[in-house]
Design a protein around this ligand. Structure first.
Ligand code: COA
Length: 192
């Protein structure tokens, strides 16, 4: 592990809060709330996500997920956060695929549980996390991609100040099918 990634990791907050939401790294204790919300929201979320594995809701798969998150954080590759309104888990946002060197970029993925949609939670979560990516993580670009028919995600990204940059053919496998995606990004306001 290089000095720079250790330094950057040490500046990343495990908790971010403001505007009535808080974000924190997932923990094993979140298992039951996470299962409850994902089961409740299955029909709503599945069309927009990679195919859910058969063991999606097993405790051992969740334990593995938590370990993998910790390892990826330590390797400065991925920073996953659960989103809370008060004590209630409402969704998640993850900065993954962190690239250093001349890129200094990462990619956002996100979801909100169906009972909690359209209450501004994800917009608030992005307004906390994206500036943190620029300041604490030192990123230069934060990217996101979404299906051209995902009006909610397009509306969210545009409202959060992301710019549409392109169209990638057969970009990601969503619900078992290779899908074209719209590419969005936000660039750090801080000059190099
Ligand atoms: C996309 C998603 C994360 C948005 O989360 P959310 O918390 O409901 O979004 P917010 O309430 O913060 O909305 C912010 C803005 O996004 C836009 N938006 C959100 N939902 C929308 C919808 N269904 N249709 C059109 N625009 C929408 C609006 O501009 C909204 O502002 P407004 O409510 O003041 O008009 C949520 O719909 C979701 O999880 N969808 C399923 C999974 C998914 O698509 N993940 C992303 C894959 S790329």
């Amino acid at each position: 592990m290089g000095f720079l990634s250790t330094f950057r990791r040490s500046r990343v907050s495990a908790v971010l809060s403001g505007q009535g939401v808080s974000l924190r790294f997932p923990e094993m204790d979140d298992f039951h709330d996470w299962v409850h919300l994902r089961v409740q929201s299955r029909n709503f979320l599945e069309p927009w996500e990679p195919t859910w594995p058969d063991d999606e809701f097993s405790q051992s798969a969740f334990r593995y997920r938590i370990r993998r998150y910790r390892d990826m954080r330590e390797d400065d590759l991925c920073y996953p956060y659960f989103i809370f309104s008060g004590e209630t888990l409402v969704g998640a946002v993850t900065l993954s695929n962190v690239r250093r060197g001349v890129a200094q970029a990462g990619t956002l993925g996100y979801w909100i549980g169906e009972p909690h949609v359209r209450r501004g939670y994800m917009l608030k979560a992005l307004s906390l996390l994206v500036p943190h990516c620029f300041s604490a993580l030192g990123l230069h670009r934060v990217e996101a991609a979404c299906l051209p028919r995902n009006e909610a995600s397009i509306g969210l990204l545009e409202k959060a100040g992301f710019e549409r940059e392109g169209y990638a053919k057969s970009y990601l496998q969503i619900a078992g099918k290779w899908e074209d995606h719209l590419l969005y990004a936000k660039v750090s306001p801080v000059p190099a």
